[in-house]
Design a protein around this ligand. Structure first.
Ligand code: PXG
Length: 291
């Protein structure tokens, strides 16, 4: 039986419900995080809680709990669900309000925590690599809904995902409004060009990926130069390697972008090396699931 935390109480899965008047449901007004547990430890928990609170701050949403309390909520939910390896979905919604946009009429934010399992792609995609395409749906302007906000309004990414799937591939490369490379629908992107590693810079229209930061640290430790920069599709098409990072997808190789094989069209050596380092990191570091 799975138990879901909602505003201070646990409910079994069937009874875990939020009001239809919650602005998270009515308007996508809220923020979320996805966190992984490996071997009884929550990977980069502080970073996820910090990002959640930053997202909330940007949309002027008071979480109603402290960061310390949020950490306890996550750990308690994992314990309640016997999670040692799994996935935590943490949500703050604007809360119940009127049938009108005004968030100031919502009395209190709601906090929801789900601890479950997640698997985005079959193992063969991790072994052989993904083929992806650029889609026509761009990431939002930073000045509208900044893609650094992990908000409950994911339609921008869902529209891109629909385009990819309708074209027969599983993931979409998204550009920013100026045509520079931003990210994929739920993952950050890396390439290797002439032995150096590149990823789109902070203002390119991507989420500040926590997995991406970890992989960057690992690459630097291995002696690679990693540059966060403006990237165009030229850089990707002519790269030797490409891969995606994300909490849900972890690290997944990309072997073709817009029908151009990346490098020799096979999973590359730098990816394989960093994947081993990443597995080691996730198995040996993190916040223990214990109170
Ligand atoms: N970009 C976007 C748009 C994301 O949503 C990432 C990059 C990777 O960030 P992290 O910090 O996780 O390395 C994300 C995160 C899902 C799912 O259900 C997606 C994410 C996280 C958890 C679950 O597809 N994306």
């Amino acid at each position: 039986m799975a138990y879901v935390y909602i505003d201070g109480k646990f409910y079994d899965k069937e009874h875990a419900k939020i009001s239809v008047f919650d602005h998270g449901f009515l308007y996508g007004d809220g923020v979320f995080e996805g966190i992984r547990a490996y071997s009884g430890m929550l990977f980069r928990l502080t970073e996820h809680i910090d990002r959640l609170f930053d997202s909330a701050k940007v949309i002027a949403l008071a979480p109603g709990v402290s960061k310390k309390e949020m950490e306890e909520i996550i750990i308690k939910t994992c314990i309640k669900n016997n999670i040692r390896d799994g996935y935590v979905r943490l949500i703050i919604t604007r809360g119940v309000g009127d049938l009108g946009l005004n968030p100031y009429l919502c009395k209190k934010a709601s906090v929801v925590c789900i601890a479950d399992r997640i698997s985005l792609y079959p193992q063969e995609d991790y072994n052989n690599g993904l083929k992806i395409i650029t889609v026509a749906t761009h990431r939002n302007f930073n000045e509208s809904l900044n893609p650094r906000v992990k908000s409950l309004n994911y339609l921008n990414n869902i529209m891109a995902k629909i385009e990819a799937i309708q074209s027969g591939v599983k993931e979409a490369l998204m550009l920013n409004p100026l045509g520079y490379v931003a990210e994929c629908t739920g993952d950050n992107l890396f390439i290797v060009r002439k032995g150096k590693i590149y990823t789109p810079s902070a203002h390119s229209g991507a989420l500040d990926g926590i997995t991406a930061a970890a992989v960057t640290e690992l690459a630097v430790k291995r002696g690679y130069e990693v540059e966060a920069t403006l990237m165009s599709r030229f850089d990707i098409w002519t790269a030797e390697e490409c891969w995606l990072t994300g909490t849900a997808a972890e690290m997944i190789p990309v072997i073709s972008v817009d029908s151009r094989p990346i490098g020799d069209g096979k999973v590359g050596p730098i990816f394989k090396q960093l994947l081993e380092d990443f597995k080691q990191l996730t198995e040996t570091t993190g916040t223990p699931i214990a109170l």
